[in-house]
Structures are given as structure tokens and as C-alpha cells.
Design a protein around this ligand. Structure first.
Ligand code: 5GP
Length: 207
């Protein structure tokens, strides 16, 4: 069976990548990897749904046991990807999405060169700040910290292979679908099929 794709999606906090991915997942069967975090849940967030909320001690234990595929510190908290679920799903042929920040994304690419790195950006810095303020879940200090982090992350954008601008949600969703479809058409993603066709053609030539 063909192994599932590993799609890594990053973008500044507040760029709307969560909304884009939610929409994509309503139309396509993808496995969304639920991360570990040491940050406190926001109102409405449920353990095991948006994140696995863990203590710093639990997080460090999982790292020591090599149960985390990648991890990074972001604005004073740890975030990480549980390894087992991602591998199991990909081995079942399911495409897996990691919604993670840039440092983690680069680590994933290092370990899995075939991973696809997609960066979602807001149409402008001003729009990003408005969205963070409108979300109403963070204090102004946290918002400013996230804006600083967005500026740092934008420096790493050119390590990504794909870019979508989240101006219009439908367009953005369509672009992500197209990206996944085209990846499935790559010869390198279809080596078993290619080998079968080559074998059949060779056999027929010999008849
Ligand atoms: P938030 O606190 O807004 O939910 O997430 C903050 C940042 O952490 C976002 O950029 C989000 O994509 C990133 N993040 C979430 N989960 C992970 C993870 O497992 N690993 C890494 N490296 N970053 C993550």
C-alpha cells in the first residue's frame, strides 16, 4: 500500500490556517495530528481535540522516551507531535496533516525529506493583528509577542515549498486540495504502480 503523505502546515498564529484545514478536512479524509502542548487550554478547547494538554514534566518524559516526532518552544510553552499516531496513519495509507510552527516543520523535513511544507500567510501584517485582536482570547502582551514571532517566522518562509495567502477562504481551500492531488500524481509517490506497468509492458514485449 502507498504510504500516506505528510503535509506540514505553518503560518503565523491568527493567519487562519486552522479554519482552512478544518474546511479541507470536511471535504477530504485526512488525519489531523493532535499535538501535545504545555500551554493552558483556551475557553472552549477540549483535551484530546485541539491538543493533548500536558504538564511540563509529562512533556519532558515523552521526549526522553522518544515518543515525540518533533517539538519546539513557542511563546513560553512547549508544543510537540506524538510520533506513533502519525506513523501508524501513514502506514495505513492515510494522508497526515501537522499544523506546527516553523522550527518543528524544519525538523520534520530533515527527518522526512518527502514531507510537504506549506506556509499559510495572511494578506498583510495589519490584517493579522486585527484577526488576533478580534479573536479576543489573548491579552495585548501575548498578541504583541505573537506578532514578533510572526516576523521571525516570515524569515523562514523561503524554506517552504508551497505558499497560500489566506485572503479568501474558498480559494485557499481549493489550493490546498490541488496541492494534495498533484502530490499523489507524482511518479515518486507511485513507484509500485510504475513497477507494475513496467513489468507488464516488458512481458508483453516478450510475447
Ligand atoms: P497556539 O498556541 O496558537 O495553539 O499555537 C501556537 C503555535 O504552535 C502555532 O504556530 C501552532 O501551529 C504551533 N504548534 C501547534 N502544535 C505544534 C507541534 O506539535 N509542534 C510544533 N513545533 N508547533 C506546534
Amino acid at each position: 500500500m502507498q504510504k500516506g503523505l505528510l503535509l506540514v502546515v505553518s503560518g503565523p498564529s491568527g493567519c487562519g490556517k486552522g479554519t482552512v484545514l478544518k474546511e479541507v478536512m470536511q471535504q477530504q479524509d485526512l488525519y489531523y495530528s493532535v499535538s501535545l502542548t504545555t500551554r493552558a487550554p483556551r475557553p472552549g478547547e477540549v483535551d484530546g481535540v485541539q491538543y493533548h494538554f500536558v504538564s511540563k514534566e509529562q512533556f519532558e518524559k515523552m521526549i526522553a522516551r522518544d515518543e515525540v516526532l518533533e517539538h519546539a518552544e513557542f511563546c513560553g510553552n512547549y508544543y510537540g507531535t506524538p510520533r506513533d499516531a502519525v506513523e501508524a496513519m501513514r502506514n495505513e495509507g492515510k494522508n497526515v496533516i501537522l499544523e506546527i510552527e516553523v522550527q518543528g516543520a524544519l525538523k520534520v523535513k530533515e527527518k522526512n525529506p518527502q514531507a510537504l511544507l506549506l506556509f499559510v500567510t495572511p494578506p498583510s501584517a495589519e490584517e493579522l493583528k486585527h484577526r488576533l485582536i478580534d479573536r479576543g482570547t489573548e491579552t495585548m502582551d501575548v498578541i504583541n509577542d505573537r506578532m514578533r514571532r510572526a516576523a521571525e517566522e516570515s524569515e523562514i518562509m523561503d524554506h517552504y515549498q508551497y505558499l497560500v495567502i489566506n485572503d479568501d477562504l474558498d480559494t485557499c481551500v481549493k489550493e490546498v486540495h490541488q496541492l494534495i492531488q498533484s502530490e499523489h500524481l507524482k511518479v515518486s509517490e507511485n513507484l509500485d504502480l510504475v513497477a507494475d506497468i513496467q513489468k507488464e509492458l516488458k512481458e508483453m514485449k516478450g510475447e
